[in-house]
Design a protein around this ligand. Structure first.
Ligand code: OSB
Ligand code: MG
Length: 375
């Protein structure tokens, strides 16, 4: 398939409710959508870089720069026989995983559409529905935090992830655990602690948590291994895993016993699947993380999470948890068994609505030739 053009759409969508983590509070989510044309078909990919360098160093601005100046020129006008071949073309690029993943994602959608199969089918997925949970942001008071969890439990989520930060951890999580003794519960610190805080994590060992996500520094695996040695609860790495090699290094030193896979963070679906396979071979469970995606990114996450070793519920909540009016349709809904159904239509299985895209568009740029010229 020869790639004819890439159009970047920078949009910004208001969140249904503010989302607070240890690195900040967000009310809007800016994102770049990659529209790729080849052989009369269109594929879409979502870039998960954020507004600022808080979760990761990449931002909307760096991703726009790297895709428009480097990645798009490397592939527009070129022929690729598979998404893996396109991923290989980007292997010379250091870092900028989210930028690479977004372009690769659009090509995966195209590759599935051209074959007339779902993206899930193309990547080798086996499930038609995937177990999901919800990532609950930090609230200003304990009452508000309990009310927020209650709303999601009532909505049908069987697994809850609580965001924690220093000063908002043991007591809050204990209160949630006391109110919901049987809830599948886990916490995510987004790198807000150091090894000196080990006593805090030992207290979590008494709260029957599925896992503790990224407690320490975003680049660290050594201190995570030291902390894991002191805990029964599995540590799950998110921010520290940027590639299949990082996953292997972390597992080799027992820095974690679970991995949160986000295609954007590891440089694409090809690398995400490699990490899945590595973890399966080593008996390490994985789950699919989320980055507050639109339905475009959510559809790709569902396809990935349908692979067999995604045995823990993913951060893939129903569309209504994120946006009032998504830029793609149909919306994803929660099934009664706390799962979401994996799209079975060709490609991603969602349709981008041009009028909704225009309504939230910040800027647009086309590289290559297409009917859609820069506006
Ligand atoms: O650490 O998993 C994270 C959102 C933005 C950045 C980082 C994270 C998150 C979430 C939200 O936890 C997951 C979701 O999309 O529901
Ligand atoms: Mg996380």
């Amino acid at each position: 398939m020869k790639i004819e053009s890439i159009t970047l759409h920078h949009i910004s969508l208001p969140l249904v409710a503010p989302f607070e983590t240890s690195f900040g509070r967000e009310t809007e989510r800016p994102c770049i959508l990659v529209e790729m044309r080849a052989g009369g078909l269109t594929g879409w990919g979502e870039c998960v870089a954020g507004a600022g360098p808080w979760y990761a160093y990449e931002t909307i601005g760096t991703a726009w720069h790297i895709i428009s100046e480097f990645l798009a020129p490397m592939v527009v006008g070129q022929e690729f026989t598979s998404p893996e071949a396109l991923a290989e073309r980007f292997s010379a690029v250091r870092g900028h995983a989210m930028a690479r993943a977004a372009v690769e994602a659009a090509f995966w959608d195209l590759a599935a559409r051209v074959r007339g199969v779902s993206l899930a089918h193309l990547i080798g997925a086996t499930r038609e529905r995937v177990a999901v949970g919800v990532s609950v942001g930090i609230e200003p008071t304990l009452d508000a935090q309990l009310a927020s969890v209650a709303r999601f439990v009532e909505a049908g989520y069987a697994r809850v992830k609580l965001k924690i930060k220093p000063g908002w951890d043991v007591a809050m999580v204990r209160a949630v655990r006391e109110r919901w003794p049987d809830l599948l519960l886990q916490v995510d610190a987004n790198s807000a602690y150091t090894l000196a805080d080990a006593p805090i994590f030992r207290e979590f060992d008494e709260m029957n948590l599925l896992l503790i996500e990224q407690p320490l520094h975003h680049e660290d695996i050594v201190d995570h291994a030291r902390l894991q040695a002191q805990l029964r609860t599995p540590i799950c790495l998110d921010e520290s895993i940027h590639s299949p090699d990082h996953a292997r290094w972390a597992l080799d030193i027992d820095a974690c016993r679970v991995i949160n896979i986000k295609a954007g963070r590891v440089g694409g679906l090809t690398a995400a699947r490699q990490i899945h396979d590595l973890c399966a071979a080593r008996g390490i469970p994985v789950w699919c993380g989320g980055m507050l995606e639109t339905n475009v990114g959510r559809a790709a996450n569902l396809a990935l999470a349908a692979l067999p070793n995604f045995t823990l519920p993913g951060d893939i909540s129903a569309s209504a948890r994120y946006y009032h009016s998504d830029i793609a349709t149909p919306d994803f809904v929660l099934n009664a068994d706390s799962t979401i159904s994996v799209p079975q239509e060709p490609g991603l299985g969602v349709v981008v609505l041009p009028e909704r895209l225009r309504a939230v568009q910040v800027r647009q740029l086309t590289i290559g030739y297409s009917e859609v010229q820069n506006s």
